[in-house]
Design a protein around this ligand. Structure first.
Ligand code: OAD
Length: 257
């Protein structure tokens, strides 16, 4: 019965049945998925935007005003991210990609942990903090960023090198956004995992999916604006809920259901 919990798993039979029979599933992930790896989230009590002002660190204006400060912040985050490992939530999403015929992972995270875990169909909406590109001509830059001293310049046009992430006020990479919208509109099940669902245009994707008939599922220990719209809400940390969900799906598959 829809919404009724299977006592052994804690998930509704509707969710398990729909997931095990689904052809196309999309997961949208946010900072909460990397929380168990030790990467701080942006909002909430310990969130980065509670301690730092994004306008001073994550915008083109901030970079033009003080590129050294912006690089200091990104070098700090990059070093932190390079020390951490994917967690059980990342690995469960790799498993889900193996189970579901058409699976797409849309992430707002720039930490590369989905790819490191082994996910293949990853759409990075906000870029990737491990890559750099030229502020002026956009060409990728492969060289090192020194911690101190002169900032590197683009070998093609002499422009300043910046991290390849989306900053406030910037448009998202067009190809990534279009692909995300296309797969969201076609999804039978849309999982919104570890995101506050407040930053556009990513925040609109769950509504697009639901409007096109997807079962909308939220996995988040806290309430978000999406909670009242979701068909299923799993109030748990992603690194706990997702591995259990995969186990429950495996059991169903073993029973041939
Ligand atoms: P937020 O920091 O806004 O939200 C993180 C969400 O994760 C919150 O709703 C938490 O309740 C939830 N959460 C915390 N721990 C969790 C756990 N263990 N398992 C599951 N959920 C957990 O992060 P995002 O929604 O990703 O953009 O933020 C979106 C964008 O805002 C980011 O990509 C970034 C930021 O400004 C840019 O930098 C362009």
């Amino acid at each position: 019965m829809p919404g009724q919990n299977e006592p052994e798993t804690g998930f509704s039979s509707r969710l398990l049945e729909r997931l095990s029979n689904a052809y196309s599933v999309v997961a949208l992930t946010g900072a909460g998925v990397s929380a168990a790896s030790g990467v701080p989230t942006f909002r909430g009590k310990d969130g980065l935007w509670n301690k730092f002002d994004p306008r001073e660190l994550a915008s083109v204006e901030a970079f033009m005003k003080n590129p050294e400060l912006v690089w200091e912040w990104y070098n700090w985050r990059r070093q932190l991210i390079q020390k951490v490992k994917p967690n059980l939530a990342h690995y469960a999403l790799v498993d889900l990609e193996r189970i579901v015929p058409e699976f797409h992972l849309i992430t707002q995270n720039v930490d590369n942990l989905h790819r490191l875990a082994g996910s293949k169909n990853v759409i990075e909406l906000h870029g990737n903090i491990l890559r750099n590109r030229c502020l002026a001509c956009n060409k990728p830059f492969q060289g090192e960023i020194p911690e101190k001293g002169a900032l590197p310049r683009c070998p093609h046009c002499g422009g300043l090198i910046r991290p390849d992430v989306v900053w406030f006020g910037e448009v998202l990479p067009v190809e990534a956004l279009e692909k995300a919208q296309e797969v969201a509109a076609e999804a039978e099940i849309f999982l919104a995992i570890g995101t506050s669902a407040t930053v556009e245009p990513a925040a609109s994707l769950p509504y697009l999916a639901k409007g096109n008939g997807a079962l909308l599922v939220e996995i988040n220990p806290e309430e978000t604006p999406l909670s009242s719209v979701a068909d299923e809400v799993i109030r748990e940390a992603a690194d706990q809920a997702l591995p259990r969900l995969i186990m429950a799906l495996d059991r169903l598959r073993a029973k041939g259901m």
